[in-house]
Design a protein around this ligand. Structure first.
Ligand code: MG
Length: 384
């Protein structure tokens, strides 16, 4: 029996790479649902190729009337959640970017459906809710490359044996740029990642190192670690994705070519390991691997994320929301690159944490942060 999956964010980078993995293993996976944010034409093209039972577009409308048999079609704000809750699914790939991934993730887990999670914002904003939902039978299978690596290094290990967990960062395109030049970099330069092929939001997050900060918070929840046991190391070659330091001084590391299809494949088929669809790393040709501590003065976002994580409550949610607004405005040319940490820092400084647990609290904090970030971004864009 093929595994029955839905892909949320199917037209984005991770979504398309997921479909490439599906095609590499004919007959093993049935694509039952496809959903995306706004790219209706690309969604329809995918629907014609994969013949899902259900498709959804969060923003806008699609007409699938020319497909026979036509899929069920949903649109609007709860469209993604309706796909995640579609009957008979074995697994949902959550590959949308931003907090849009939260409600569908909770819906799938709440029905005992596994979630292959490529959306770190959901974990950052509502890690406690997601982990609680996962107690209902559905598993969270990390797709983020560092977390997939950690999952593989940590599986079967006792927590008390783990001394430190290290996430590696490529350092992004501006790792060696003189700090004074950071202010003038534009969206195009920020979206060029030296090693990984990614969407625009996560590319900017990689350039600011906010991505790594979000991943630290994500790791805290996924693996139940306190922040003192988490560390970030810059590793420009992106071959070692994560390391685990054990109490006796041993380190375990997970190495592979920087190709998201591998962690996607691992999550889709877990616990089975598949052979032969991707080019393999040749250690003899690997050359030099280098590691260095992150430059926190150059990349203040990493420290902001760490601090928000440690403070807990709704601080990580606010960090994430303010960052989403800052990145949008930067991509639109309204803010400078160096305004991103400034804006996030200003919003965090004004936040009074909400301590009541629950989805409403998360959504309230998220809305508050977006509104304030939008106002402050307007002022900053005018040079205030
Ligand atoms: Mg990652």
């Amino acid at each position: 029996m093929p595994k029955r999956i839905a892909i949320l964010g199917s037209t984005g980078s991770i979504g398309r790479q997921t479909l490439a993995v599906v095609e590499a293993f004919p007959g093993d996976i049935e694509v039952v649902g496809l959903a995306c944010g706004h790219d209706g034409p690309a969604l329809l093209a995918q629907a014609a190729r994969y013949r899902p039972q259900v498709i959804a577009l969060a923003q806008g409308r699609v007409d699938a009337g020319h497909l026979s048999p036509g899929p069920a079609v949903f649109s609007g704000p709860d469209a993604l959640t309706r796909v995640a809750a579609w009957p008979g699914l074995d697994l949902v790939v959550v590959a949308v970017s931003g907090l849009a991934g939260l409600a569908p993730t909770l819906a799938a887990l709440g029905r005992g459906i596994d979630v292959a999670l490529a959306n770190k914002e959901t974990m950052v904003a509502a890690g406690d809710l997601v982990m609680a939902a996962a107690k209902g039978g559905g598993r969270i299978l990390p797709v983020d490359s560092e977390h997939s690596a950690l999952w593989q290094c940590l599986e079967g290990r006792r927590s008390e044996d783990v001394r430190v967990v290290i996430l590696t960062a490529s350092g992004g395109p501006f790792r060696t740029l003189p700090p004074a030049d950071l202010e003038g970099v534009d969206a195009r330069a920020a979206c060029v990642n030296p090693n990984w092929s990614m969407g625009r939001k996560i590319s900017v997050d990689s350039a600011t190192l906010m991505n790594k900060g979000l991943e630290v918070i994500e790791a805290r929840w996924l693996f139940g670690l306190d922040y003192d046991r988490l560390q970030v190391v810059v590793h420009p070659e992106s071959v070692v994705h994560a390391m685990v330091g054990l109490c006796d001084g041993t380190f375990l590391a997970c190495l592979s070519r920087p190709d998201m299809r591998l962690p996607i494949q691992y999550a889709l088929f877990y616990p089975e390991r598949k052979t032969g669809c991707l080019p393999v790393l040749d250690p003899g040709q690997m050359g030099r691997l280098s590691f260095e501590p992150p430059d926190l003065a150059r990349f203040p976002c990493l420290e902001l994320a760490w601090e928000a994580g440690r403070r807990g409550f709704t601080f990580p949610c606010v960090l994430n929301a303010a960052n989403e607004v800052a990145v949008e405005r930067f991509l639109a040319g309204e803010l400078k690159f160096t305004d991103i940490p400034r804006l996030v820092s200003r919003v965090l400084a004004k936040h009074l944490p909400l301590k009541e647990p629950g989805l409403e609290t998360v959504l309230t904090a998220d809305r508050w942060a977006r509104t304030l970030a939008g106002q402050l971004a307007g002022q900053m864009g005018r040079g205030a």
